[in-house]
Design a protein around this ligand. Structure first.
Ligand code: DGL
Length: 274
């Protein structure tokens, strides 16, 4: 059996394209409806209430499409309000971006010490600790909010001393705590993977949530026998909606996914009024 319906993607902005890039590597024929709330991003420094309110608006927008699956690429939204989004999509799988990285880390930690880095709101939620302990309550989980990393990446400051210093500032603590796995719990961290690797060396395994979330989506589509039979071209037939457009967004598309041919479409702003 095959299923040509769209996969819906919810993100706070354009960082979710790191997850889209992994999805397209694994399943190049899948077609996506992406919604990124660029008018209100970054979500990571906002209150729980604001994040959930805007994420729900994006879910309502997506719910108008005929979807076979929804992926919440944004770790902050997943950590704060995944269950609320699940309620909007009765009968289709909704995949968050917290649990896939957690499962991968739990399987790999020999020392039973896992570190997680992410936005303020993602770490504050304790969602990663709860997810790890739902699998193995003997594992110690250390969360560290890294508020400087999202703006540095959005500025395109990847291979720069200021970024290396910020990564060291946040991540050295994880080395001191003796973690052997570090979950990169944010859409914006994949462009920094070499900086992280250079900071932790080979002592710590890095688990990129955008990659593990894409793998989980693939596993579920295989289990449901619901692949799109197309071999490629999914990205050209996908649609990318955002809530605000500035020239820097084009640069961010290049940074997060390097898709040449995607067109960003604006959602009318009234839809996001509180
Ligand atoms: N998408 C967010 C995340 O993965 C990072 C950007 C933001 O704070 O909105 O947590």
């Amino acid at each position: 059996m095959s299923d040509e319906r769209f996969i819906g993607i919810i993100d706070s902005g354009l960082g979710g394209l790191t997850n889209v890039r992994e999805l397209m590597r694994l399943m190049p024929g899948e077609r996506l409806i992406y919604v990124g709330d660029t008018a209100h991003a970054p979500y990571g420094s906002r209150s729980d209430e604001t994040i959930c309110c805007y994420a729900l608006k994006s879910a309502e927008f997506l719910a108008e499409y005929d979807l076979k699956m929804v992926i919440v690429s944004c770790n902050t939204i997943s950590a704060q309000c995944l269950s609320m989004i699940e309620k909007k999509f009765n009968g289709i799988p909704v995949i968050g971006s917290v649990l896939p990285g957690v499962r991968a880390a739990v399987m790999r930690t020999a020392e039973k010490r896992i570190g997680v880095i992410g936005t303020d709101a993602a770490i504050r939620s304790q969602a990663y600790t709860r997810a790890v302990h739902s699998i193995d309550s003997d594992i110690a989980v250390y969360g560290k909010a890294c508020p400087l990393l999202v703006p540095l990446v959005e500025e395109g400051l990847i291979d720069f001393d200021v970024t290396r210093a910020a990564v060291q500032h946040y991540v050295y603590e994880m080395i001191d705590l003796g973690v052997d796995c570090l979950i990169l719990g944010c859409t914006h961290y994949p462009p920094l993977i070499e900086v992280f690797q250079g900071t932790v060396g080979t002592r710590i395994q890095l688990l990129d949530s955008s990659l593990w979330t894409a793998k989980e989506a693939q596993d579920i589509l295989v289990a449901l026998d619901a692949f799109n039979p197309q071999k490629h071209g999914g990205i050209r037939e996908s649609r990318f909606f955002i809530t605000d457009l500035i020239p820097a967004h084009k640069e961010q598309v290049r940074l997060f996914a390097d898709f040449q041919d995607i067109v960003l479409q604006l959602i009318p702003s009234e839809r996001y009024h509180r």
